[in-house]
Structures are given as C-alpha cells and as structure tokens.
Design a protein around this ligand. Structure first.
Ligand SMILES: NC(=O)C1=CN([C@@H]2O[C@H](COP(=O)(O)OP(=O)(O)OC[C@H]3O[C@@H](n4cnc5c(N)ncnc54)[C@H](OP(=O)(O)O)[C@@H]3O)[C@@H](O)[C@H]2O)C=CC1
Ligand SMILES: O=CCCC(=O)O
Length: 294
C-alpha cells in the first residue's frame, strides 16, 4: 500500500521510518524540506506540498505540531483540501482539540474524502520502536482498513467512536501526565531540600504503587538537570491548555492541572519550550529553596 506522510518532527520522522521498514511505499512532505532528505535515504519519495502528496496517495497521514499547523496544512495554499476527493483518506495523528479535528473532518468529507483522527500516546522511543498507543475516532470502516499502518506504528489501537473522542481522550491522558510531571518535580525538590538522596527517592517509588515508566525514564536525567527533547515542553503546555479548555466546556474543575499549566507556561516564557517537558523541573526548583535557579 502507498501512503503519504506530512510532518517529520520528532514523532513523524520515526513513524514514517517505521512505515518504510514495514514495506509501505511512503511519500513525505515537511514544511522544512531538509528534514525530508533523511527519509529519502531510506526510500521515501518527496512531495512538493501537502496537496502533491495527497494527489499521489490513497491514504495520507499527518503528524503536526498543534491545531494551527494541522489547520494550515489542510486549509492553506497547496493544502490537503486541494486534492482530497472520493477514494482518498486523511488520517490526522497530531494532538489537537476536538473542534479542530471536527473542522478538518467536515471539509474533507464535504470533498468526498474520508477522515480519521488518531492521536497517539507514547513518545520518541515508542515511535521509533513501533510501540505507540493509537487513539482513533471517526469512520470505522476506514479504521479497519488502515489497521496495517497502525500495526506498524503501534502496539495497540483503540477505536473510540465519533470524531472528537480521540482528541479528547488524548488531552485527558496528557493532562494527567503533565500534572504527574509537576508532582514528580516537587517530590525531587522536596527530597533534595530535606537532605534526602533523590535517586533513592526514585528507587523507592519504583518499587511501590506509584511506579511508572515516566518517573523511571525521566527522573534520573531530571536530577542531573538534563532535558533532551523527546516530548517538547511547548507541546505539553499546548495539551494541558487544550485539556483545561475541555474542562471549561464541561464545567469540570481541574485545579491541579491549572497549577501545572502555570509552571509549563512559565517554562515556555523562559525559553525552555523546545526542551523535554521534564524541564518544568527548572521552574519548580527555581520557585523552591533547592537547586539552581533558572
Ligand atoms: N514528541 C512526543 O513525545 C509526542 C508528540 N505528540 C504530538 O505529536 C505532534 C508532533 O509532535 P513532535 O513530532 O514531537 O513535534 P515537533 O515539534 O518535533 O514537530 C512538529 C512538526 O510540525 C510541523 N509544523 C509546525 N508548524 C507547522 C505549520 N504551521 N505548518 C506546517 N507544518 C508545521 C513541523 O515542521 P518543521 O520541521 O518545518 O518545523 C514538524 O514537522 C504534536 O501534536 C505533539 O503534541 C504525541 C505524542 C508524543
Ligand atoms: O503526547 C505526548 C505523550 C508522551 C508520552 O505518552 O510519553
């Protein structure tokens, strides 16, 4: 099967490579063209625009930064809408809000195309290893048809019903994740300030009821003040902001997530947006009594 792929950032590059490794013919496009060259070395062809990719592909997958990127790639000049038509499908795996996804879905289907939203849980390494968790919603027949792609990209796919449910599920998960990251950061700071060994704190937590891969993977680097980007902080802040908006719409109070959002916003304002989201630790450290101030 041939497939188009739009957006070759941290996630998109790894995902497109996995499709190639699994024997699919892939045509890629990225706003910054230089990022396409690495994929071409692995056998991808390069499209000159999103429209060019859609014109050559029965299925086109997108993995873009945020709602504004997702909308501009579809609605902009030389965008997806210019070539989508009966017989072609668009699968947006970016993390966006339900309104953005619905807008895209409506216009694609008006043109006769089919649409699926399919944001993912799992970061750079799971993307490289084809171990993502796929949260799909939209047209069920299309979901069934693209399972071979999802099998190459992930370890488990969920079909969650109408368009919007995938986006919402993803935002809820990342709202919890952002709040947990703030809690971990406060725990490390409190341990340090109280004269405890921070690695021992991680070891203790890893053996008990709150053990989880995120603490295990990010904790040691946070102690060292290292934040190589796997999940960029600017995207975590976008997700928690969109989750808070979903909370507003549904009158769900979320004071913990709102407090975490303030720290992620502050981190962005201090230029930490392109680091891993664990860099929020620099903000927690700076506002406490332990560690180096930002
Ligand atoms: N990293 C992670 O761990 C995870 C990320 N996600 C989500 O996946 C999506 C991609 O994340 P990730 O790969 O980390 O992000 P990156 O920041 O690494 O990549 C973003 C991609 O979006 C493109 N882009 C940004 N703005 C525009 C625009 N206006 N028009 C066209 N293209 C644009 C970038 O192009 P260019 O190269 O030109 O800048 C790049 O290809 C996000 O929605 C993120 O929330 C989901 C799960 C995990
Ligand atoms: O959206 C990013 C999620 C990162 C993860 O699930 O580890």
């Amino acid at each position: 099967m041939e497939v188009g792929f739009l957006g070759l950032g941290i996630m998109g590059k790894a995902m497109a490579l996995n499709l190639l490794r699994n024997g699919f013919r892939v045509m890629v496009w990225n706003r910054t063209r230089s990022k396409c060259e690495g994929l071409a070395e692995h056998g991808a062809s390069i499209g000159e625009s999103p429209a060019a990719v859609v014109s050559m592909s029965k299925y086109t997958i997108a993995m873009l930064a945020d709602p504004s990127a997702a909308l501009s790639v579809v609605f902009g000049k030389d965008g997806v809408l210019e070539q989508i038509c009966d017989g072609k499908s668009y699968i947006d795996m970016s993390t966006v809000d339900a309104d953005t996804s619905s807008k895209i879905s409506e216009e694609i289907t008006k043109k006769g195309g089919r649409f699926l939203e399919a944001p993912v849980s799992g970061s750079k390494k799971p993307a490289e290893d084809g171990q993502l968790i796929i949260l799909a919603a939209g047209e069920k027949a299309l979901y069934d048809e693209v399972i071979p792609f999802f099998d190459a990209l992930g370890k488990k796919s969920f079909f969650l019903g109408p368009v919007g449910n995938g986006a919402k599920m993803k935002l809820v998960v990342n709202m919890v994740m952002g709040s947990m990251m703030k809690a971990l950061s406060e725990g490390l700071s409190l341990a340090g300030s109280s004269g405890l060994n921070q690695q021992t704190l991680l070891d203790v937590m890893d053996l008990g009821a709150i053990a989880n891969p995120m603490f295990r993977q990010k904790g040691p680097a946070m102690i060292q003040g290292n934040y190589p980007p796997a999940f960029p902080l600017k995207h975590q802040q976008k997700d928690i902001r969109l989750a808070l908006a979903l909370g507003d719409e549904n009158a769900v109070p979320m004071p913990v997530a709102a407090a975490a959002n303030e720290d992620f916003k502050r981190a962005r304002s201090l230029g930490l947006g392109d680091l891993d989201f664990s860099a929020v630790h620099e903000i927690v450290k700076a506002t406490g009594s332990w560690g180096d101030a930002v």
